[in-house]
Design a protein around this ligand. Sequence first.
Ligand code: SF4
Ligand code: SF4
Length: 470
Amino acid sequence: MSEKDKVGVEEEATEISRRGFVKLLGGSTAAALVGAVPVQPVNASPSAPSEGAEQIYQCKPDLKRFSEKDIAFKKVSEDLGAPWMQLWFKNMLANVKESKIGKNVPVKSPKEARAHVALWMGASTWNRVAGPYGEGLENKGLLSWKPMNVPPMFRGNPDPDPDPADFTKKIKQIARFVGANRVGIAQLNRKWVYDETCRNPYAPDAPQTKKIVFKDVKETDETDTELIIPETVKYAVVTVAEMNRIATQIGPTSVQSSVATNMGYARIGIIDIALAEAIRTFGYNAIPTMNNTALSIPLAIDAGLGQLGRHGLLITPDFGAAVRIGKVLTDMPLVPDGPIDLGVTKFCESCTKCAENCPAKCITFGERTYNAPVDTSNSGALKWFTDGRKCLRLWVESGASCVNCQAVCTYTKGSFWGHGFVRGVTNSAPQLNSFWAHMDDFFGYGQMRDPDIVWNMKMSPFGMDPRKEI
Ligand code: SF4
Ligand code: SF4
């Protein structure tokens, strides 16, 4: 491993870059502007929640609810005639014998490759405690829609005089306690709730579906044909968990990309389950979801946690695109947050870095559109679409996951203050956006890391960046 790959050393290099950067921009003028990050609420009034993501996306009135049977994991398993993960894992083990941890990611020996798989096994096992990933697992196991350990005296017995502002403050604080990096409240737009679940999302056989419906009932319920959500469920508590940014940069496809992903999902699963039990203790319904029940990204946008990028992922102010998202749907009276405008849409119009660096060529260089060019996405929202099939096929062939679009995204950075500055000026001087994307390369962000860095880097528990507030 080269010395520059060590996180501690990177800090020093960043300081040098910082001085160079200030000099480049004219010293004190640039320094004075640092820290100005105009995160603009699209609608700051909690009493009048906007249409949220719909407002940012511009949706057609006939936008339909998505079916979980159309997720890329299901489609690719159908295409291949076998569970995608089974083939992916077989190729991962074949890579070990060839001293590789991804498609073009060599390590010194099979022994070293085995150590990387050992780290992956730890992260993957942690993920399996709650989910894994949550797909098709509505109301299953720890993702139960019913109280598990809540004392009977509290179940279905809320305070007769609820205070939404006080509830909101306490629920956000509980979310942070149980592990969320950031939390926001979305007014639940039912267009983002799946039309139906798919109980066999990774299997090649015919989809086993069950409708997700809203009914005038007091409690969540499940029958042979339906998952039932009470009409009173009007909010989503949305959380994000930061991924290990350094591990995302080992690749493009690598076992370590999968470690970063698995740890993100592991944390999100635990957060969702813990938060749901806390909400039920206040006497309300709570539906922990991970990747099931509803689309995470539009709900996160509604909750004011970020915006949608060209790569089809959430871009957050603090962690860029290197996050995983969880959400708990509830009828607890809460005060919704409004969407924020970081200037992402304008920035992505002139930055195509993720598309240039996508090894499967599944991110568009073109304009936003209402029409999904692939059957793994829904038409009707104005956005950049990605080809989920091509993306997942690459994972399977490589025997390793890819998160390169998250790793190279201009918004995915360490705590270097210059990026706060860059985010600030991208809103006020969008004509410079292309320049900032190239500055990003100048600072060395988004370059592939030596796999050995995972054995030497400094980190906080759960592989978090030690230089950032958790
Ligand atoms: S879209 Fe898929 S293949 Fe392309 S960079 Fe992102 S994760 Fe990798
Ligand atoms: S890499 Fe550039 S174009 Fe892609 S999502 Fe990030 S900012 Fe947008």
